[in-house]
Ligand binder design. Structure first.
Ligand code: SAM
Length: 383
């Protein structure tokens, strides 16, 4: 096995969360940039990172980087990289994705076609052929140009990592699985403590909490493009899958409750939890947040209530936040983590957050309002 550098792109403001995850999997973080965490690995790490990363968008294999301000420089430098280390003669290698920010070269379609041509030329000279059938495994090329620095990758994930495979049908405004997992990671919630999402929609936050609480690798029920790659053979994937399977802690004391005013989305949430294999750990029920109460102490509410995107909805949403404030004020030992785009949230909720953290739900800027409850008393056991 050889040392390689992998890159986990992620939502802006999630770099610290992803870095923590990468380190907890045993990898060494080599660099952190806006929306990207780089780490050192070997071929086995490709399987492990894809199976386990909860909050990253995908796992990219870095092939090389250089500066280019002309198409000629882009072509020559791309051609000089060791593409043949990874792409075999029958491999298919689409220039799948390009982005260019604050750079001289900005036409992404031209960038993609120059990179493709350069890789073809490189492989022609290596394999001594003039034509590629591209009938074998796929090696999608990703291109990032930032301030004229070009970084070239092969995408090892294929379908993005947020597609875990449990959410085939969704409610109107589901949160991305990776962001839901990040919300849970940003709280000190752990097994034995109650976590409630009173606006659970399709159940994403609770399903991600269950996967984390039971130590289930989120990618266990899906496939990745690099499963067909020669350098990441089936036996590595089998080993990584078996290790993940053996790490599951089905006996953990996982206590999760999801409520929503809409009976239809509760049905969807139940079916999603079923598909994710965690339905017996989550209690779902149709209920208006105004009717929520609990005798439990030291619970967590982690939720994204309606934002009121359309102007006519704003008044309704503001009244809802006022009502939430009243209902939650009775839960005086609980912690609340509330994600919304509404900048006046604290005013309507009636309490200033202890902490506020900017997060992106796709391209939408949101804030996570954090209200931190007291820690439960330590139980002293006498022998
Ligand atoms: C932004 S969505 C939550 C999406 C969810 N996190 C998911 O992943 O699908 C807000 C949810 O709040 C629900 N809702 C609206 N008003 C409510 C109320 N008064 N009580 C409880 N749920 C309500 C809606 O039905 C909707 O499913």
């Amino acid at each position: 096995m050889t040392q390689i550098e992998l890159c986990a792109p992620c939502g802006f403001a999630l770099e610290a969360v992803v870095s923590r995850e990468v380190k907890s999997l045993g990898f060494e973080v080599s660099k952190v940039e806006d929306g990207r965490v780089y780490f050192l690995s070997d071929e086995y790490g490709i399987a492990k990172a894809n199976l386990w990363l909860r909050t990253a968008d995908r796992v990219l294999l870095k092939i090389g980087e250089f500066y280019a301000t002309s198409f000629e420089e882009l072509f020559e430098n791309t051609k000089s990289l060791p593409w043949d280390d990874w792409i075999p003669k029958v491999g298919s290698f689409p220039a799948a994705k390009a982005s260019s920010v604050r750079s001289k070269l900005f036409s992404t379609s031209d960038i993609q076609s120059i990179v493709k041509k350069a890789v073809v030329e490189k492989l022609k000279s290596k394999y001594k052929v003039n034509w590629f059938s591209e009938s074998g495994p796929t090696y999608p090329i990703h291109i990032l140009i930032f301030k004229d620095k070009v970084t070239l990758y092969l995408d090892t994930s294929g379908t993005a990592l947020h597609k875990r495979g449990y959410r085939e049908i969704g409610s109107a405004a589901p949160i991305k699985e990776t962001l839901a997992a990040a919300l849970v990671s940003l709280t000190p919630w752990k097994e034995g403590r109650l976590l409630v999402d009173p606006f659970c929609g399709s159940g994403t936050i609770l399903i991600e909490a269950a996967l984390k609480g039971l130590n289930i690798a989120p990618g266990l029920n899906r496939n990745f493009v690099s499963e067909k790659w020669l350098r990441v053979p089936e036996k590595l994937w089998n080993k990584a899958r078996q290790e993940a399977q053996e790490s599951i802690k089905y006996d953990n004391d996982i206590r999760l409750q999801g409520y929503d005013i809409d009976e239809k989305v509760i049905k969807i949430a139940r079916s999603n939890a079923e598909k994710a294999g965690v339905s017996k750990y989550i209690h779902f029920q149709q209920r208006d947040v105004r009717d929520f109460s609990s005798k439990e102490k030291y619970g967590f509410i982690v939720t994204n209530p309606p934002y009121g995107e359309r102007l006519e909805d704003l008044k309704t949403v503001e009244q809802l936040y006022r009502d939430m404030g009243k209902v939650f004020s009775k839960l005086d030992t609980w912690s609340f983590y509330i994600l919304t785009t509404h900048e006046g949230f604290e005013r309507f909720f009636g309490r200033k957050a202890d902490k506020k953290r900017k997060l992106y739900n796709g391209m939408i800027k949101t804030d996570l309002y954090q209200y931190l409850g007291p820690k439960p008393p330590k139980i002293n056991t006498v022998e």
